[in-house]
Design a binder for this molecule. Structure first.
Ligand code: BGC
Ligand code: NOJ
Length: 811
């Protein structure tokens, strides 16, 4: 069952009912100011950091669900309602929400009034714009009052929802004309304020929540709306809100637009005040002036559209498969941008107060984003590397606002450092910018202690080497990619976090997954040294890679598949010998991707085992058989019920590793089978079962052992986005940027033919046509570059601004 449809021409998903199985959301903004918005206008906005600079308030897991957002109310002669359905929830005559790229439009008709609200964040400004269009579609004059509503967050979202003994006493606002200024804390240590304004004279306002709602009322029944008149209340402490009211009269067919703006302003310390206790509003005036008319707003909206078209134009596929086309051309790269911006901080499953930017997460997110805005990717690499410590280890997370490592969680996740090699080499392959390696970057954000980026990469590699266990395999530390396999934390205390408690020495538990990563990243590093002319260093790295490969094949393989780890006692995990958790997906993917066992059949057996034991109707589960009991020596993984999350859920993040591994073996059918099982567009028809947005990946789909198999959770912010983009564009479609050019190496189902791909690479446009006359999965027989046949399938970088035609004949 579907709840809407894809409108590919407009790059939108059109939702036709407000009652989706879960709020289906979208993101606004892609620079410094961001918003999350659901299909019924729920959500919030923030500046840079969802925890430290939250602008509007939102209560997670509220009752009813998704109650709170940027709401408008219409009060007419008969009735009052919300044109976004929530929060009043009265039946609408018509409803439609279009989630587009960086904007959402919610349209409704009720009582002969058509409303359309366009929500977006213009490029270059810290403001959320709501363009509200009101049209009388009836035959009689219509008079009504429109009320607006947002609730201000007192900046620090964590304090805001925990520290009421303080927050109830500090709320402060100013009102001037049609603008409500939120200035809590501005008097003392803050130099920022926010505002909510409308480009029209108002009939009244409210800034005190109780005054607006009436005591004990919900958002669905504000006293003010019911009586049809604002109170002009001034908040003093308690809960500051922003609400305007405007009386409107429309003749039949007449239309009126109102532009509401939520803005965020920072003032210099010396210019904070205009008069005693009156904030300096100059910048707010400027911003409001800029967007005070329809034309300006339409232009800004168009500019945003062009910006996105330009970004999405860098990789475009035209094939027989519309699901594939829309995932690759629209939704997957869009989700990659969002994960790049948010890491795992703010979604409808991540509260924005828990996690900042993850070290491993952000490095992986970069893979799916680097071709969009390489300069931003560059900056990100430097930010991440700055939080690395001198011994090569890394903080697991950092706050986007301060860019400093997060002490609460600390480090000790032994896979973290290696991911930096992957992101950096991906960036250089995309751009050819080897100079980034010479950038001097702090260790632990200390500008007095620096090393070049290349030195940082060496330290990443060295960190693994300096932390090997009894079998010569890497020590796992607190955890590797799988946060929930906690082999050094034997926890019996429900009040401690599995990720931060480590009560074992950490000198025995080893990770075959990190070993596979080490081989993969080691080969990358060796190649990089070669390009830099350091053959010696390259050879040295390759020696270590060889040693590790040997250790994996000797101690990390079990007849039919790669083991997962050795536990604290030195026992195998992910082995035939185990009763549960015999086979894990992660090392099968990464070891084969790294080329381990490809020549001797081990890789083939491993992938066949994945197919036999992990592959299910909805994708490959993380492990088999699921753990049925909690086991202290395994940690959080065994705390999840079978079939959920890391305990045999379909963890979508590592399915693409299997896809890529399958392409390494040349099995295009299998690779694509895994791809289409989890790519959301293919699952649109089972939206009632999957429950989450059919246009984006979710972190997890409940696996076959789960009570609710096939149900997705944790949409949007997941490494799944980047890795699936990587798998489909670079390995299945086979267009791989490299240091000196592009490698063309598709690995597709046999019956695919006639695929067109446009790839913008270092300014040149490659128009690639792939023909498959012999129906093979892999293999390039002939390539014509601008009409001339060339040897091999490596097309050198043209570094010009022209278009080049590449004809590829597989065979
Ligand atoms: C989740 C993981 C997550 C970890 C760290 C666990 O509960 O299952 O997916 O990475 O917490 O926050
Ligand atoms: C989500 C985390 O953000 C990521 O870092 C981790 O690798 C996966 N969960 C698997 O545990």
């Amino acid at each position: 069952m579907k709840f809407g449809y894809f409108d590919d021409k407009n790059k939108e998903y059109v939702i036709q009912t407000p009652k989706t199985p879960y709020p289906w959301i979208n993101y606004l903004g892609s620079e410094d100011f961001f918003g999350l918005i659901s299909n019924t206008a729920g959500g919030y906005c923030f500046y840079k950091d969802a925890r430290l600079r939250r602008v509007t308030r939102y209560r997670y897991n509220n009752i009813p669900l998704d109650n709170g957002g940027r709401y408008y109310y219409i009060k007419d002669e008969k009735d009052f309602y919300s044109p976004t359905w929530m929060p009043v929830k009265s039946e609408l005559d018509h409803y439609e929400c279009r989630h587009g790229i960086g904007y959402s439009k919610i349209k409704a008709i009720k009582n002969d009034l058509e409303t359309e609200i366009l929500y977006f964040i213009p490029l270059g400004d810290n403001a959320e714009i709501h363009k509200v269009t009101l049209k009388n579609v009836g035959n009689n004059d219509k008079e009504f009052t429109i009320f607006s509503f947002i609730e201000f967050c007192l900046w620090n979202a964590y304090d805001d929802m925990t520290n009421y003994q303080r927050t109830y006493s500090i709320g402060a606002v100013e009102v001037e004309g049609s603008t409500i200024f939120h200035k809590t804390d501005y008097r003392e240590r803050r130099n920022h304020y926010s505002f909510y304004s409308v480009n029209h004279p108002i009939n009244g306002f409210d800034t005190d929540r109780d005054a607006f709602l009436g005591q004990y009322n919900g958002l669905n029944e504000p006293e003010t709306v019911i009586k049809g008149m604002s109170n002009n209340s001034m908040a003093s402490g308690w809960n500051p809100i922003g609400s305007h009211s405007i009386k409107v009269k429309l003749a039949p067919n007449e239309e009126k637009t109102l532009i509401f703006t939520i803005g965020y302003i920072e003032n210099n310390q010396e210019e904070k005040w205009k008069a005693e206790d009156v904030i300096n509003k100059e910048q707010a005036y400027e911003l409001l002036e800029k967007y005070n008319n329809d034309t300006a707003v339409e232009e800004a909206f168009e500019k945003l559209g062009n910006h996105w078209n330009n970004l999405l134009n860098k990789f475009v596929v035209e094939s027989h498969d519309e699901n594939l086309n829309r995932m690759v051309n629209i939704w997957n790269p869009y989700q990659c941008m969002v994960t790049f911006n948010m890491s795992r901080s703010a979604s409808y499953f991540e509260t924005g107060i828990g996690r900042g930017m993850g070290f491993r997460d952000s490095n992986q997110d970069l893979l799916g984003f680097v071709h969009q805005i390489p300069e931003k990717a560059r900056e990100r690499i430097l930010d991440i590397a700055s939080t690395q410590l001198e011994d090569g280890s890394a903080y697991h997370q950092y706050q986007p606002l301060t860019k400093k490592g997060n002490h609460e969680i600390g480090g000790g996740f032994n896979d973290d450092p290696l991911w930096l090699i992957l992101s950096t080499t991906a960036y250089i392959k995309e751009t050819g910018d080897f100079l980034i390696l010479q950038e001097e970057i702090p260790y632990n954000c200390d500008i007095n202690n620096t090393g070049t980026l290349l030195e940082h990469l060496e330290k990443s590699f060295g960190f693994t080497l300096n932390n090997l266990g009894p079998h010569g395999l890497p020590l796992i530390g607190r955890a590797d990619w799988n946060d929930c396999l906690n082999l050094n934390c034997f926890s019996e205390n429900p009040d401690e976090s599995f990720q931060t408690c480590d009560n074992k020495t950490g000198k025995t538990a080893e990770s075959v997954f990190i070993a596979g990563m080490f081989v993969y990243m080691g080969k990358e590093l060796a190649e990089l040294y070669k390009r830099l002319g350091s053959d010696n260093k390259s050879q040295k790295v390759l020696k270590e890679v060889e040693k590790m490969t040997h250790a994996i094949e000797t101690y990390g393989y079990d007849e039919e598949w790669f083991l997962r780890a050795y536990d604290y006692y030195g026992n195998k995990i992910g082995s035939k010998e185990n009763e549960e958790g015999k086979l894990f997906i992660e090392p099968q993917g990464f070891c084969v991707m790294a080329g381990i066992g490809v020549d001797n059949g081990k890789a083939l057996k491993a992938l066949d085992s994945v197919d036999r034991h992990l592959n299910t109707e909805y994708g490959a589960v993380l492990l088999w058989p699921a753990y049925t009991k909690y086991q202290t020596h395994l940690g959080e993984i065994s705390s999840y019920p079978p079939g959920y999350k890391e305990n045999a859920g379909i963890f979508c993040h590592n399915n693409p590793w299997i896809m890529i591994a399958e392409t390494v073996l040349g099995r295009g059918e299998k690779a694509f089978e895994y791809y289409s099982k989890i790519a959301p567009s293919y699952l649109e028809d089972i939206s009632e079962k999957r429950r989450l947005e059919p246009y984006v990946y979710a972190q997890m789909i409940a696996g076959r052992d789960a009570v609710r198999e096939g149900e997705a959770k944790n949409s949007w912010l997941t490494g799944t986005a980047a890795w699936n983009y990587e798998a489909i564009t670079k390995w299945i479609l086979g267009i791989r940027p490299d240091y000196d050019g592009i490698m063309i190496d598709p690995c597709i189902p046999k019956d695919w033919d006639n695929i067109l791909i446009k790839r913008v690479f270092r300014k040149s446009t490659y128009e690639i046509s792939i023909k498959n006359p012999e129906g093979v999965c892999k293999g390039v027989k002939k390539i014509l570059v601008d009409g001339k046949e060339q040897e091999g399938n490596y097309i050198s970088a043209f570094n010009d601004s022209s278009i080049h035609r590449i004809e590829v004949i597989m065979g």
